[in-house]
Design a protein around this ligand. Structure first.
Ligand code: AMP
Ligand code: GLY
Length: 426
């Protein structure tokens, strides 16, 4: 099979690493990719929103399957565009069409979908300019803290947890009156705050059947002990120690099955990954968010624990034969620690040379590139999250210790990483 993978982060590096191991992977292209993906295939310099460029690459390289990594092209309709292209009649695309991608593309759509299918989630109301005054009144009487969510994609920044009413109303005004998150953010979901432990569960569906992949927990705050501003993710662990059979059963029965069946009943064609973001409150799962893709950095621990051949698995998605597949999981724990640029998630410099990548001990560890590029034959930093080191271990502590040890062999100017990934499970 000739495969084109779209994206350029650690998620795509982990997927490329896994795809390249399959005897069925005849050729792998990554668009645009990063310095790490060149080890597993050929990078193509195409922007993720250049659908015509992607279509042309599919023709030129005789691509059989496109795998879409990130949300933006999905929400903008890359799947529908490629599938409806007459010149690509045989092409399979892993990733939902625009309608299914609304699970992530619109918080209001996702909440209404959960309500229609009786999926446990936080109570909420939806506001726009039309009922703005009512919204302000609603916020004034809301219990604290208050969760405000911009409706559309906001690069992971569209959620505000306000600790007091003044902050909530000010944020509400910024979103609706001043379009802080653009046009799509002028609709706001106001939601009850849930206190619990967050976990991520990943599902692959072919629209009829589904399989559940290993669960994970990511660490979003930049600072030790989960302090400081939110980032794209500073690390992740899988499995999550308290997630037992009983909880997974509740998750499947109350959320996963109704979601897949709901999509089918509503005629929302969906072949791809669904990321379920949960808050576990008193051992009960509540849905916080859907994403129409895999998580990053969760992919960097989930995929290394997956024993199945990924090409076989994705082919079963394309041909709607996931009912014939059994997921096989590595029993070891996998943890990843992310190295970020100094200053991230605020302003940071790019273009620093990265040294020592080749000295990583690959027996128990894997280094995945995230924001890296090539400059004059050298690997340089090109983003906030630069690379991550995933290690296998007998426990979270063990795996994180191995990653931290390997981390010391790799350097770039002002490199920063968290020492305490998985701290609450020690
Ligand atoms: P989201 O973009 O929906 O994933 O939200 C970003 C983060 O905000 C989540 O990962 C949670 O940490 C937090 N969050 C979102 N909704 C809630 C909620 N209802 N209660 C508590 N925390 C929330
Ligand atoms: N790690 C969270 C995400 O990928 O959205």
């Amino acid at each position: 099979m000739r495969i084109l993978l779209l994206g350029s982060g650690g998620r795509e590096n982990a997927l490329a690493w896994k795809l390249a191991q399959s005897p069925r992977c005849e050729a792998l292209f990554i668009a645009p990719g990063n310095a790490g993906t060149t080890r597993f295939g050929t990078n193509l310099d195409i922007s993720l929103t250049d659908f015509e460029g992607i279509r042309k690459a599919c023709m030129d390289e005789k691509i059989d399957m496109v795998i879409v990594g990130p949300e933006e092209p999905l929400v903008k309709g890359v799947t529908d565009f490629l599938i409806s292209s007459k010149s690509l009649a045989e092409l399979d695309v892993i990733g939902p069409g625009k309608a299914g991608a609304q699970l992530e593309g619109s918080k209001a759509f996702a909440k209404a979908f959960m309500m229609r299918h009786n999926i446990p989630t936080a109570a909420y109301r939806e506001f726009t300019l039309d009922n703005y005054t009512e919204g302000v009144e609603y916020l004034r009487n809301h219990t604290l803290p208050i969760v405000l969510k911009a409706d559309g994609l906001a690069a992971g920044k569209g959620v505000v947890i306000a600790e007091n009413h003044i902050e909530a109303i000010a944020e509400f005004e910024l979103m609706i009156q001043r379009a802080k998150f653009g046009e799509a953010g002028k609709k706001v979901v106001v939601e009850q705050f849930l206190k619990g432990i967050e976990i991520s569960v990943f599902v692959l569906t072919d629209g009829k059947n589904y399989v559940i992949l290993p669960e994970a927990k990511d660490y979003k705050r930049v600072g030790e002990g989960d302090t400081g501003p939110n980032t794209g993710g500073m690390g992740a662990v899988s499995p999550v120690p308290f997630v037992n059979k009983e909880l997974m059963q509740k998750i499947e029965e109350k959320v996963i099955r109704p979601t897949v069946e709901g999509l089918r009943h509503e005629g929302l064609e969906y072949r791809g990954f669904i990321f379920f973001g949960f808050m576990i409150v008193d051992n009960e799962p509540y849905m916080i968010e859907y994403n129409c893709r895999m998580g990053d950095p969760e992919t960097e621990v989930v995929i290394p624990r997956l024993k199945n051949d990924l090409v076989d698995l994705l082919d079963a998605v394309a041909t709607q034969q996931l009912d014939k597949v059994t997921i096989e999981t590595d029993p070891r724990t996998a943890c990843t620690v992310v190295a970020v640029s100094g200053g991230y998630p605020g302003d940071y410099a790019k273009g620093y040379e990265i040294n020592g990548i080749e000295s990583i001990n690959t027996e128990d560890s894997l280094l995945f590139h995230m924001g890296t590029g090539l400059k004059g034959g050298k690997v340089v930093t090109s983003g906030g999250r630069v690379f991550c080191i995933t290690s296998y271990g007998r426990s979270i502590f063990d795996a994180v210790e191995i990653s931290k040890e390997e981390m010391q062999k790799v350097t770039f100017t002002d490199m920063n990483y968290r020492q305490d990934i998985g701290f609450e499970f020690e």
